[in-house]
Write a protein that binds this ligand. Structure first.
Ligand SMILES: NC(=O)c1ccc[n+]([C@@H]2O[C@H](COP(=O)([O-])OP(=O)(O)OC[C@H]3O[C@@H](n4cnc5c(N)ncnc54)[C@H](O)[C@@H]3O)[C@@H](O)[C@H]2O)c1
Length: 260
């Protein structure tokens, strides 16, 4: 078996939301490294442009495009898929990565229904909608891989994080069910549940005390790096996982990290 082809993404087009920084940036880099064209869709257009430039410089070809996109706006999601079609003619891989909220700071007595709904809008509804738009394109080639970025919070139980944690749990179940909807069209749907991973988002809540406690619950004695999560994204994006769908892969050093 020629194993190197199992990670070959040449000729494929990937959309990565929140691709300018953190885990999304790691996804853009690793997918481009394996030959994919990547569309870096981010709220922060300056960072997205910088990431695209870094990728294009390091691979010596124009593999990456930056575009401003707020995943909360339906119009932006529609434009994003149209851009992929006009620039590269197809969509093969979608990484629903933009997300957030909570950060262990939700006061259950004060959080409003609107706040709760916003977290679901960002983490669940936008991913569902962009999956729908991309699946329409993927089915034309009977080929696609949708990768949703969930979280360890989707299965952990902790205080002050009920909106974020339940939205990520919804992503897990959405993933498993969409795998049934889109599977017959050659489209796989999987999710990754990162443990605590060193990004800007984590740095806003991490203290030395919290890190020490996290490491006590983690057999592999370090926090996650973006490259750890990017490796799992490459696996789901590539032909090597072509009979894997509906799965949630937790990448967490074998342990549990919580913010409390
Ligand atoms: N870092 C962790 O420890 C961790 C753990 C579990 C899950 N996650 C999940 O991983 C994903 C990425 O997190 P990260 O830590 O890399 O974050 P990050 O803050 O480092 O990067 C997030 C990127 O998303 C962009 N973004 C934010 N809102 C957006 C929107 N509405 N539309 C488009 N782009 C938007 C930001 O501009 C930024 O470039 C999130 O879904 C998060 O819930 C992270």
């Amino acid at each position: 078996m020629e194993t190197k082809n199992l990670f070959n993404l040449e000729g494929k087009t990937a959309i990565i939301t929140g691709g300018a920084n953190g885990i999304g940036k790691g996804a853009c880099e690793i997918l481009a490294q394996h030959g994919a064209n990547v569309i870096i869709a981010d709220l922060n257009i300056n960072d997205a442009k910088n990431t695209a430039e870094e990728i294009n410089n390091s691979f010596g070809k124009n593999l990456a495009i930056a575009t401003e996109c707020n995943v909360l706006k339906d119009e932006d999601l529609v434009n994003l898929v149209n851009l992929a079609k006009s620039e590269f003619g197809r969509v093969d891989i979608l990484v629903n990565n933009a997300g957030g909220g909570g950060a262990g700071r939700e006061n259950p007595f004060k959080i409003s229904v609107d706040d709760f709904a916003r977290v679901f809008q960002l983490n669940v509804f936008s991913s569902w909608r962009l999956s729908q738009l991309c699946a329409q394109e993927m089915k034309k080639n009977a080929y696609g891989s949708i990768i949703n970025i969930s979280s360890m919070s989707s299965i952990n139980k902790s205080p002050n994080i009920s909106a974020y944690a339940s939205s990520k749990a919804a992503i897990n179940h959405m993933t498993a069910n969409l795998a049934f909807d889109y599977g017959p069209f050659g489209i796989r749907v999987n999710a990754i549940g990162p443990g605590a991973t060193k990004t800007h988002a984590l740095s806003t809540v991490l203290t030395p005390e919290i890190e020490e406690k996290m490491l006590k619950g983690t057999p592999i004695k370090r926090l996650g790096e973006v490259s750890d999560i990017a490796g799992a994204i490459l696996y789901f994006a590539s032909p090597i996982s072509e009979w894997v769908s509906g799965q949630i892969l937790f990448v967490n050093g074998g342990g549990v990290q919580t913010l409390d």
